[in-house]
Write a protein that binds this ligand. Structure first.
Ligand code: SF4
Length: 378
């Protein structure tokens, strides 16, 4: 018998969640909305989870701080972290696993065999290549060996966070261990990258649920990043953008411009060259819980060319100094599609919550998902 997460045996973790039907529907809808999918896609996700077809997830940790896992677990509303963990079948996760040693190794082997070709492999952390990869070894195997082995039987591979996407902090100059990202090791294999330090958990959740409910991964760019989340720069959706356009800047921390919430470009904001949706999908379900929302310049944590390389207070070139051509002209008909239906990158957290609430209201009389009464699998 394998030992599951938190010391539970498989089949008992769903009772741990303790969330009601409305919360369940809300969070699935938020996950769908955060990746630009509408209510019908959310409904399919709800149905898939209700049927018990949760994505089997094997989560590997390499060189990292566990911040992406912490971000997933440290939500502000009680029950949501448990619910997130309940939406996927997290069959192996070195941080959360109660087992250790050979028992843990058996968990990994069992999970790979039980769901070969179907499980989602999530990689958190960079992989050191220097000196044969000896700087990160688990159970006697190098990170390179483990990654190649587990990826060979995975249905989908997701690199969560900047470390797994392109090397992150461990790869900062002089990069003593030769740290790199999962796509650089798994050459020729599709790897969805979710850079960020940490990555937003809803981006991960939406990506994994889309894979299991709709059978496909989101559209990605040349760096493996889902376009729904990384198609635009922070600057293009920044709440301080009006100040930038009007030439109102903070010149130093604590000055009048800073206190008034003016643009942080002159303090080194990397938003004009950083592809991410933090400006619209904040962290921990707390409004303004992201660097610029708290008065700090964007650090460019998603960008390999910026993060941990360009000094914090250096200014950057502005990637698209004018709005994209795809923006409708002022006064042009906008059509009926709302933010969610349009699938725009980055939705306001409030809008997503609102969508979740509306959808929950519409579906709250339906049957609860399998296992809400304590059944199901861990
Ligand atoms: Fe926002 Fe930074 Fe752009 Fe200013 S420079 S509008 S703070 S993203």
């Amino acid at each position: 018998m394998s030992v599951g997460l938190w010391g539970t045996t498989p089949g008992t973790a769903r009772a741990h969640a303790g969330v009601d039907r409305r919360s369940f529907v809300q969070i699935v809808t938020m996950a769908a909305a955060s990746i630009g999918l509408g209510e019908s896609a959310a409904a399919k996700m709800v149905e898939a989870v209700a049927r018990g077809t949760k994505p089997s997830v094997i989560w590997l940790h390499f060189q990292e701080c566990t911040g992406c896992t912490e971000s997933l677990l440290r939500t502000s509303h009680p029950g949501i972290a448990e619910l997130i963990l309940d939406l996927v079948s997290l069959d192996y996760h070195e941080t959360l696993l109660a087992a250790a040693g050979h028992q843990a190794e058996k968990c990994l082997k069992d999970a790979m065999e039980a769901n070969a070709g179907k499980y989602v492999l999530v990689v958190e952390g960079a992989i050191p290549e220097k000196d044969g990869g000896v700087y990160c070894m688990i159970g006697g195997r190098t990170a390179i060996d483990m990654l190649n082995d587990v990826a060979s039987k995975a249905g989908a591979v997701i690199a969560i966070g900047s470390c797994a996407s392109w090397g992150g902090i461990p790869s900062a100059p002089p990069n003593p261990t030769g740290a790199t990202g999962a796509p650089m090791i798994l050459k020729g294999k599709t790897v969805v990258t979710l850079p960020g330090c940490p990555a937003n958990p809803y981006i991960f959740l939406g990506t994994a649920l889309q894979y299991v409910a709709l059978g496909k991964l989101p559209e990605i760019d040349e760096l493996g990043r889902p376009k729904f989340a990384y198609g635009r720069t922070i600057h293009e959706h920044c709440p301080r953008r009006a100040h930038f356009d009007a030439g109102r800047f903070a010149n130093q921390f604590g000055d009048e411009g800073h206190r008034l919430g003016h643009c942080l470009y002159k303090l080194g904001c990397k938003g004009p060259a950083t592809h991410a949706n933090c400006s619209t999908l904040h962290f921990g379900e707390v409004t303004d819980a992201w660097p610029i929302g708290l008065g700090h310049p964007c650090f460019g944590c998603t960008e390999q060319k910026l993060a941990f390389k360009v000094p914090l207070h250096d200014t950057v070139d502005i990637e698209r100094p004018t709005p994209p051509d795809t923006y409708p002209a002022v006064g042009a008909p906008q059509g009926k599609a709302g933010a969610i239906a349009a699938g725009v990158a980055g939705l306001a957290a409030g809008a997503a919550l609102g969508a979740g609430y509306r959808f929950a209201k519409a579906h709250e009389t339906k049957q609860p998902p399998a296992g809400e009464s304590g059944g199901g699998e861990s």
